[in-house]
Design a protein. Sequence first.
Length: 374
Amino acid sequence: MQPARILVVDDNLTNATMYGHMVEAMGHAPTITYRGEQALDYLERQTFDLMLLDIMMPGMNGFEVLEVLRERLNLQELPVIVLSALDAPEDVARGLAAGANDYMTKPANLKVFTRRVQTQLKLKRMNDDHAMMLAAVQEANDFKDTLMRIASHDLRNPVQSISLILNLLKEPLKDDADSMEMLTMATRLAHNMETMITDFLDLELAEDGKLTVNMEPINVQDAVNDVFVEQYHAAQEKGVTVHIDVPDVTVSADKARIRQVLNNLVSNAIKYTPPNTEVHIDGEATDTMFEVHVRDCGAGIAPHEVDKLFTPFGKLSTRPTAGESSTGLGLWIVKSLMEAQNGAAYYNTGYTGGADFIVAFLLANSATQSAPVA
């Protein structure tokens, strides 16, 4: 193991030399200085693993050195053992309060000195190893995020182009049943891939705290109707009837984000309800909020799995009823988007006819003017 670098600070030449020899005997490398100001100068130019510090010195005393030192380096970055003739309890307490890791009174017992130095150096190495591990983890996460961002952005445009081409092929192939079946399957796969890419991009934004919203008055009825148009083909293909009972109400929300939230919930409801059944979208106002309920006729959520809802990659035992895909990110993104809009998202555990997911928006006349950032 590499010798530790120890800075010895004592205005008494005899004491400083003695501590230097004791440090060398332990296999470490001492650097000796006789003034507090000089010690701080050394720390500007070099790094040390431990400081042995006297208190009563001309110029800056040990307490003053500690005060300046702790503005630069914390207890883990540079441990300090005070070695002083001041042995009153209030002096020891003052030294520890000023930022010393340990306090020994002179003359120092060799065995005690050795053990305390070893302890502080061991703690320093443990903290250094922990810091290196955290730095490595952060570097790996940053690299992962960069790869995800590049992959997601580079994949989104080609997938959107594929979807456009598939839609253009529907008209010339409409009379070919086999081709239309394959075309429908390819369109569904392209849509699923686009959804996954969007979910991963939103996951990145939410984790980085960069989800921004532009709050404005939004008519909920119009937003729900727009989402119904987008989800119409998925519902029709599965034989699902969508019933809408949402009044003409204005809330404070982000236009794109409210559609994203509702799209996610309605898409999920269609996925998890059995074929040839129903999905209901209802709305009701409270004092300051407007709640949108999206209910399906599926199996619902098992009570012991409710806590997994609205969590990233929260996979449940309930599965889509026609083999549709799911990233496990949708509900967590819904929750993040709703909180960014001063709203809330939750699950109605009292509903027994399937699953009932609720999103609550702030009514426009109750909303603040500032746009929050998640």
